[in-house]
Unconditional design. Structure first.
Length: 330
């Protein structure tokens, strides 16, 4: 983009908008309509400049102008409920939708690794011998695996599950500051654990028990972990390869995106924890328990792809409104 030509073409619009902002308390009806129109134009200009230019001065000027115009148009901060609604209908789903390639591929590789390990464990007596004695394995597959989900009161178990899964997801998000490099190791540990348990259960002819206990909560729980890992690795890669934008700007935007993901995962993992504590050990038929888990997963996917795609088409980035465009520096 020819920045000089762009500025020359649109400067009269920006100057007029600045003039109207300064006289915000004395505007006539037609001037108020003009202020709204110019604010919308300037917002579009800012979006264009952010995506096509690295001119930090121009981006900073337009960001400030748009923020002032927004304040003049809205006249007051948005109510808390509106910010809350925007988070769940725009910020979180848009960020997750934009990172879909990362977390979907992460999930695919994770499940593939788990399946390979499960087949290896199930078909190899030598591998089983390194895991534990025949008595220990028999105790696990016949008692311990199923008892794990019912040996604690539901409320305390739900909290325990939530904190454990939240910790794994938090690690994935926190390691984004290290360019996401430790995240594959965390995922490998969890994939190996899942694969070993699956291999032992299937090898003992109890694959139906394993799937009946893991699937109800595991679908949403693992999806939350995949989203956290995908978002963390995406941030790392975008810092490594920011394109034609300043790394500071990319880091600021993606850092705020990580915050949005963290906020959304709190609810996801809470729902998964409640399913694991209340549904998984319940006396409901296996089909009903799996159906509840599948329904929760379907609701999440439909929610993300509906609101995420809608937001992206509307030009939303999921970024926090009025946030700075770069990481503050001294």
């Amino acid at each position: 983009m020819d920045v000089d030509a762009f500025v020359l073409t649109h400067r009269p619009t920006w100057d007029r908008l600045e003039e109207l902002i300064k006289r915000r308390d004395k505007l006539t009806g037609p001037e108020i309509d003009e202020l709204v129109d110019l604010y919308q134009r300037a917002s579009t200009h800012l979006s264009i400049v952010r995506s096509a230019s690295t001119d930090a001065a121009l981006i900073g000027r337009l960001s400030g102008l748009v923020a002032q115009a927004r304040s003049a148009v809205t006249a007051a901060p948005a109510p808390l409920w509106r910010e809350f609604a925007r988070f769940w209908t725009v910020s979180f789903p848009v960020v997750v939708y934009r990172a879909r390639g990362w977390w979907l591929s992460t999930g695919l590789v994770f499940l593939l690794v788990s399946a390979v390990i499960a087949v290896w464990v199930a078909g190899s007596p030598e591998v089983k011998a390194t895991i534990g004695s025949d008595e220990d394995i028999a105790q696990l597959v016949n008692n311990d695996f199923a008892n794990y989900y019912s040996e604690h009161p539901a409320a305390s178990f739900a909290f325990q599950v939530w904190t454990n899964n939240a910790w794994v997801s938090l690690l994935c998000l926190a390691f984004a500051v290290l360019l996401g490099l430790p995240i594959p190791y965390i995922l490998l540990q969890n994939a190996a654990n899942l694969g070993v348990n699956a291999g032992l259960m299937f090898g003992a002819g109890k694959g139906d028990v394993f799937l009946g206990l893991i699937t109800p909560h595991g679908l949403l729980e693992l999806t939350a972990v995949f989203v956290a890992a995908g978002a963390g690795m995406r941030l790392g890669w975008m810092v490594i390869s920011p394109g034609d934008r300043p790394r500071g700007q990319v880091l600021a935007e993606q850092g705020r995106a990580i915050a949005a993901v963290a906020g959304g995962l709190v609810l996801m993992l809470l729902v998964a924890g409640l399913i694991e504590a209340l549904v998984t050990p319940s006396p409901l038929p296996t089909a009903a328990r799996v159906g509840i888990g599948a329904a929760a997963e379907a609701v999440f996917l439909v929610y993300v792809f509906h609101f995420g795609r809608k937001g992206v088409r509307a030009g939303e980035t999921g970024d926090v409104e009025n946030a700075p465009d770069v990481v503050p520096t001294r």
